[in-house]
Ligand binder design. Structure first.
Ligand SMILES: [Ca+2]
Ligand SMILES: [Ca+2]
Length: 381
């Protein structure tokens, strides 16, 4: 049925639809709502510019006035009428791209999707990864600053500021390349052609959150979110780390959360109990009064001026002890010094290696570990 590549009929045969029910013709032009009950997103899966035979004349056209474009409009309007918050359209081919492919789906159809306020367009064809700005208009191969609703540089977009296009052609065929001199290049906030992987997208009533998950080739990552104005802050590529660990104290440091308006507060938790509430500009805190030789799970959540809080903030664990207290008796003394000396020279995997005597955890018990014990000699928890 198609030329120049794979057969959609084989795809249909070996990848049957498993997400409940759909409307239309699977593999060609159809839609489904997710989740099936009380749906949050409508996925409209269509085939603009895909060949149905062996000549360009068999391409499926979605240009202005075409029945195919009218079908898409009807499904978008219907989704809005029944209260589905997110509209996601998927096409195999692309229009604007900084990869190797040209505008096949058409400027008219691409502008139609923007005029219909589609939130997200998922695409392939180009063997690379490209996350666009939020755009309200496009002319392929031309950078048009007046079309930019949100440039996507922070990773956080606001729902309604334009349509975001996500090309994830990073599975299957060999990766191609990104062309930084392409006329469309400026309309993308994140691009890569070094890493195979897939896009993971989570949907709630107030936000779409996406990640590029690398699987092989390189280590490229990406994270983004589209939030509505009544959304909690979001954590993109977030982390919470500990440092300066001692028997009763440590320092927590986190990457900032993002908010359409502003992050106004952070809540820190230890083993599920609120430790403290901090200002939204803070990104670290010295925790005191902890229990020596106890294990902790620390977590941070972000709140905004509307009083909405994240629930998926980053977390980390810590075991409270003096760094050089090898035998964990809450004292750094001659016993610890002897334990390090006894294992001196041992490396990971060798018989004499004792991880607890490798004070700096670098895989070898050496002078650095000995000096660490000596320099903190006499400390107690
Ligand atoms: Ca000790
Ligand atoms: Ca060491």
């Amino acid at each position: 049925m198609t030329s120049g590549g794979g057969s959609i009929n084989k795809f249909i045969l070996y990848c049957p639809f498993t997400l409940g029910s759909y409307t239309g013709t699977y593999g060609f032009q159809y839609y489904f709502d997710y989740p099936a009950v009380a749906p949050l997103a409508r996925f409209i899966m269509i085939d603009p510019a895909v060949w149905m035979g062996n000549t360009t004349g068999t391409r499926v056209m979605y240009g202005n006035g075409s029945p195919a474009q009218q079908w898409v409009a009807a499904q978008i309007n219907n989704a809005r009428a029944i209260g589905i918050p997110w509209i996601i359209v998927a096409t195999h081919k692309v229009c604007f791209s900084a990869g190797v492919e040209s505008c096949e789906t058409g400027n008219n159809f691409t502008n139609f999707l923007m005029n219909m306020d589609v939130d997200l367009v998922l695409q392939g064809h180009d063997h690379d990864y490209q996350r666009s700005q939020q755009l309200t208009c496009v002319t392929a191969e031309t950078y048009r600053p007046e079309c930019v609703g949100n440039d996507g540089s922070s990773g956080l977009y606001q729902k309604g500021d334009g349509t975001m296009f996500l090309i994830t052609g990073t599975g299957g065929g060999l990766l191609d390349h990104i062309n930084a001199t392409d006329g469309d290049y400026g309309h993308f906030a994140s691009l890569d052609a070094t890493t195979y992987g897939y896009a993971k997208i989570s949907v709630t009533a107030n936000s779409l959150q996406g990640q590029f998950i690398p699987t092989s080739g390189g280590s490229f990552k990406d994270a983004w979110a589209i939030s509505s104005s009544n959304s909690a802050p979001v954590w993109l590529a977030s982390s919470l780390k500990t440092s300066n660990l001692s028997g009763r104290t440590l320092t927590l440091t986190w990457t900032p959360a993002l908010d359409i308006d502003q992050v106004s507060s952070y809540n820190l938790y230890a083993n599920g109990s609120l430790l403290t509430t901090l200002d939204g500009t803070d990104t670290s805190f010295n925790v005191t009064g902890l229990t020596p030789l106890a294990h902790y799970v620390f977590k941070v959540q972000a709140g905004n001026t509307a009083g909405l809080w994240t629930a998926n903030g980053p977390s980390t664990t810590a075991f409270m002890h003096l760094r050089a207290d090898v035998n964990l008796d809450c004292k750094v003394d001659i016993i610890d010094l002897v334990l390090v000396a006894t294992s001196f020279g041992a490396r990971t995997g060798s018989p004499g290696y004792k991880p607890e005597a490798d004070v700096n955890s670098d895989g070898v018990i050496d002078i650095i570990d000995l000096v660490t014990v000596a320099s903190t000699f006499g400390q107690i928890c």
